[in-house]
Unconditional design. Structure first.
Length: 386
């Protein structure tokens, strides 16, 4: 570029800035971005046996957006979340996603729940060029390569399973059984679990599927009893976990139970339904405890719960709150003339940082967010202890 051309380019840029952010925003005219609002879309499960995930996740995301909007939003725009129930069914997720993109004309999507549902949504996002931010999904297949439109916040299930299997290996457990949800989520993460078990020289002696809507787990429990594993790893989510634990404890089997972070969402409800039998369940956690006020992000979350009258309080709600905060930073970095490209660039520019001592990392070659995983144990009343 010649010096004259360079000067002309710089002058054109200065002129564009001189027209003011309002006119510039109008000139860019990105779907979902207007003078006073950024419209985001969500399809998630809000009814049925897995409803706690969608309800709590949305509550946490909305809680942070309430705080953000009260403080003036992002570059003067309030953030609005449009949510539809997909009842955990991928076909319904696809229909909702099409509606959000084509009719509601949202800027980006966020807060989706479950592996199969994300599988259904991503081709639609890719066709329309719409970013998908922070699905409540940790399946490894979405993380091994960078999809320009897909960003995660939570640690992957591979990291959760690695934490569990390495712990079992360390304490001398040499055999495990796996009970997995009969879905894309369960089957894909079963493969990850088997590979990790082989890496740590832990023998998988039994693998048993269980239906999402199961009301009885006696056959599964009988299969476990025959295998006599040293521990049982559950790759399941929602109320089916309660069903399994109820029947497993009733059988008198004594192997230690382990679950992923999505295993128990409504801990108090599970504790009541299981009448104390939740005690001793070990879970992977991908956010700090919601009562750990020593962690600044948790203190902010609890302060805002009180300020906005949010009754829901759970690990999933806290995760949603963190998601809202990280997304807001990406929107802020996207600038006043917000576009999908500038939002993606804004997220990638975050690098390695922390939000209230919750660490994340993003870049052009890393859209995976957090690697935080811990192990905790439930008490009979639904509390967690490290």
């Amino acid at each position: 570029m010649t010096s004259i051309s360079r000067r002309r380019t710089l002058a054109a840029g200065a002129a564009a800035l001189a027209v003011g952010p309002g006119l510039l925003r109008g000139a860019r005219a990105e779907n979902g971005v207007a003078e006073g609002v950024i419209r985001l879309g969500q399809s998630a499960v809000f009814s049925g046996p897995a409803q706690d995930f969608g309800i709590d996740y949305r509550a946490g995301i909305q809680l942070y957006f309430d705080r953000l909007n009260k403080a003036g939003g992002v570059h003067g725009r309030r953030v609005e979340l449009v949510s539809y129930d997909d009842v955990y069914e991928p076909a319904k997720t696809a229909a909702n996603t099409t509606r959000l993109i084509e009719q509601d004309k949202v800027f980006a999507l966020t807060g989706y729940v479950a592996t199969g549902n994300l599988v259904a949504a991503m081709p639609l996002c890719e066709k329309a060029g719409v970013p998908m931010f922070a699905p409540l999904v940790g399946t490894s297949s979405f993380r091994t390569s960078v999809n320009r439109l897909l960003f995660h916040v939570r640690a992957g299930y591979d990291l959760e399973l690695r934490k569990i299997i390495s712990h079992l290996s360390t304490i001398g457990i040499q055999s495990i059984a796996v009970v997995f949800q009969d879905s894309a989520f369960g089957k894909s993460n079963l493969a990850t679990c088997e590979q990790l078990a082989a890496d740590f020289k832990v023998n998988v002696v039994q693998k048993l599927p269980m239906a999402i809507a199961a009301t009885d787990a006696k056959d599964v429990v009988a299969g476990l009893k025959a295998a006599s594993p040293g521990a049982v790893v559950m790759i399941m989510a929602g109320r089916m976990v309660d069903v399994f634990i109820r029947d497993y404890r009733a059988s008198g089997s004594g192997a230690q139970l382990y679950t992923l972070s999505v295993g128990i969402t409504d801990a108090k409800g599970s504790a009541q339904r299981l009448e104390g039998k939740l005690a001793g369940l070990v879970t992977a956690s991908i956010v700090p405890p919601p009562q750990a006020l020593r962690v600044p992000i948790v203190a902010d979350y609890q302060r805002d719960r009180a300020a906005f009258g949010q009754k829901i309080d759970s690990y999933t709600a806290l995760e949603g709150y963190i998601v809202g905060r990280v997304m807001a930073e990406g929107l802020r970095r996207g600038g006043p003339a917000l576009t999908r490209d500038s939002f993606i660039a804004g997220l990638e520019s975050i690098g390695r940082t922390s939000f209230g001592e919750f660490p994340v990392e993003y870049g052009a070659r890393n859209h995976n967010g957090s690697t935080f995983v811990d192990l905790e144990m439930y008490t009979g009343d639904g509390q967690l202890r490290r």
